[in-house]
Design a protein around this ligand. Structure first.
Ligand SMILES: [Zn+2]
Length: 126
C-alpha cells in the first residue's frame, strides 16, 4: 500500500483505475464510481478508468438478453417444445460482408483463440 496525503491510501491501481482506502473522518472524494463504507467510518472508493465503456457494455448485454428472451431463443436453436427461436444474430457468419445495420459498413470476420469473431469495423472499435 502506498500512503498519500490527505487521508487516503492507494490499495490498488491499474490501467488508470484506483482503489483507495480512506481513514475514518476523511472527506468523501468529489469523483468516484463505487464506495463501500465500514462500521468504523473508514471507507473504500473505486475509480474505474473505463467506467463509461463498462456501463455501455453492461446495458448492451441487458438489452440483447432481453431481446433473446422475448424471441424465446436464437433462430439456430429450439426451445423446450422444439420451436425455433426468433432472435436473429446480427454479427455471425451469414452476415459477413453485409452492411452493418447501424452504419452500413461491411461486417468483418477475424479468427480469435481458435474461434471466429464478427464485428463492424466502424462501430465496434476499441
Ligand atoms: Zn457499424
Amino acid at each position: 500500500m502506498i500512503p498519500f496525503d490527505p487521508g487516503f491510501t492507494m490499495v490498488f491501481g491499474e490501467f488508470g483505475g484506483k482503489l483507495l482506502y480512506h481513514s475514518p473522518g476523511s472527506k468523501l472524494p468529489d469523483k468516484y464510481h463505487l464506495m463501500i463504507e465500514f462500521s468504523d467510518g473508514s471507507f473504500l472508493t473505486e475509480i474505474i478508468q473505463l467506467w463509461g465503456a463498462i456501463e455501455k457494455l453492461y446495458n448492451s448485454i441487458l438489452d440483447t438478453v432481453q431481446e433473446i428472451f422475448l424471441e424465446r431463443c436464437r433462430s439456430e436453436e429450439v426451445d423446450l417444445f422444439g420451436r425455433p427461436g426468433g432472435y436473429e444474430r446480427i454479427m455471425n457468419s451469414k452476415n459477413v460482408g453485409k452492411p452493418c445495420p447501424v452504419c452500413a459498413k461491411p461486417i468483418e470476420k477475424i479468427s480469435y483463440l481458435g474461434g471466429s469473431c464478427y464485428f463492424c469495423p466502424a462501430c465496434q472499435t476499441i
